[in-house]
Design a protein around this ligand. Structure first.
Ligand SMILES: Cc1ncc(COP(=O)(O)O)c(C=O)c1O
Length: 393
């Protein structure tokens, strides 16, 4: 007899792309498909010292249950670090989560009823779309240009969809497009959110990885009505394996996230929180981030230069000023999944872009990660793909 699952599971399916991506686990493949940090930037030696000290100095407390909100000294340090993006907040405005992915999941849980509208960038982060999909919303996508979401389209969408529950945005070095929302648009977005009284989920895992130019203030920094939920994480600036992220929100909203966390996992790992906290006490995270930036900037430059040389006319790509990804647009008649199949024969992988559009309408894009592959492989992989594209066009 068929097992009866909840209706919400019907929307969550493995895709053909996921099947293709499984092939990229083969170590002989040059993969631009993942979103992983470079493993060589992880501070393994320093963490050895940190972990020993946590266990020696606070072992019993570090192995015990702790509060749902999170370890206070860590929340104090995060509140300080939020000043980098102009956000003034207190430890009490912060909830520690298991990565920012958990903040996304809670956003779905706290806000979405079946059929509600979520407004998001087009394209947007697949992991967020899937987390939201479990709550059966309708997605309204807003086109982007190099300055982020187009505000006239956002305004129209808000006007036409009174059952909008929140606007989801990744303003800095967006996953998958690498684009950054301009200062003017950040201000316009908050103006519209205020006018329509709509919460904004601001997902910011990459903002600190800026290779050039000035860091922009978070949308949260313009939030006067307590509508912005800001999600942060140590995954891309430190180590994703520790699974430590955070939510900054107004008390009315944060309470709902805290209640969600109590139901889901009670708290984030006590020892992982104390390890991050101890690292921040013993070492200079900003110096560590500068080292990461140096490596990723070089890899981005190399990937874009090689694309410029090796890709045929008619293929374009974004020029991210930070983060992990560039977004490639192939001629309209081409299907990136077909390109991926051919490029896999040459042992090169990327992510075909269709799944980043929640309504699945565009097939001629691809997401390319430049943080994870060493430099010689970036050049070799893009050269091989250039040949594939020339043969196909
Ligand atoms: C835009 C975006 N949000 C959230 C996440 C989740 O990150 P984590 O849960 O590791 O903090 C990612 C990971 O790649 C991401 O790209």
């Amino acid at each position: 007899m068929a097992i009866k699952f909840a209706a919400r599971m019907e929307n969550i399916k493995g895709s053909a792309i996921r099947e293709l991506l499984k092939l990229t686990e083969d170590p002989s493949i040059i993969s631009f498909a993942g979103g992983l940090p470079a493993p060589e930037v992880f501070p393994v030696k320093e963490l050895e010292e940190v972990i020993l000290r946590v266990l020696r100095e606070e072992g019993r407390a570090a192995l015990q249950y702790s509060t749902t909100e999170g370890y206070l000294p860590l929340r104090e340090k995060i509140a300080q670090r939020m000043k980098k993006v102009n956000v003034e907040c207190q430890p009490n405005d912060i909830l520690i989560t298991s990565g920012s992915q958990q903040g996304l999941e809670f956003s779905g849980r706290v806000f979405i009823n079946e059929g509600d509208v979520i407004i998001c960038e087009s394209p947007s982060y697949l992991g967020a779309l899937n987390a939201f999909k479990a709550y059966q919303p309708k997605f309204v996508e807003i086109s982007m240009d190099d300055d982020g979401m187009i505000m006239e389209d956002l305004e129209k969408a808000l006007e036409q969809n009174p059952n909008t529950k929140f606007i989801y945005t990744i303003p800095d070095f967006q996953n998958p497009s690498g684009r950054t929302m301009s200062l003017e648009r950040r201000k316009k977005l908050i103006e519209l959110a205020n006018q329509y009284n709509i919460p904004v989920v601001e997902d910011n895992p990459y903002g600190e990885l800026r290779f050039e130019g000035e860091m922009l203030p978070a949308i949260k920094s313009f939030d006067t009505k307590g509508l912005v939920i800001h999600l942060g994480t140590f995954s891309k600036t430190f180590c994703p394996g520790l699974r430590i992220g955070w939510v900054v929100a107004s008390p009315e909203i944060l309470t709902k996230y805290i209640l969600s966390k109590q139901g889901v996992d009670l708290q984030s790992s006590t020892i992982a929180q104390r390890e991050v906290n101890k690292f921040l006490e013993m070492y200079d995270l900003d110096k560590h981030i500068d080292m990461i930036i140096g490596i990723y900037r070089k890899r981005r430059d190399l990937m874009l230069e090689t694309m410029e040389k090796e890709f045929p006319a008619g293929v374009t790509f974004t020029r991210p000023q930070g983060g992990l990804f560039t977004w490639v647009t192939f001629p309209e008649h081409m299907d990136a999944a077909e390109i991926m199949k051919k490029s896999l024969e040459e042992k090169v992988a990327f992510v075909p872009g269709q799944s980043f559009f929640p309504n699945g309408q565009y097939k001629n894009h691809g997401r390319f990660n430049y943080s994870n592959m060493p430099e010689d492989k970036i050049v070799e992989g893009i050269k091989r793909l250039g040949k594939v594209l020339k043969a196909m066009i």
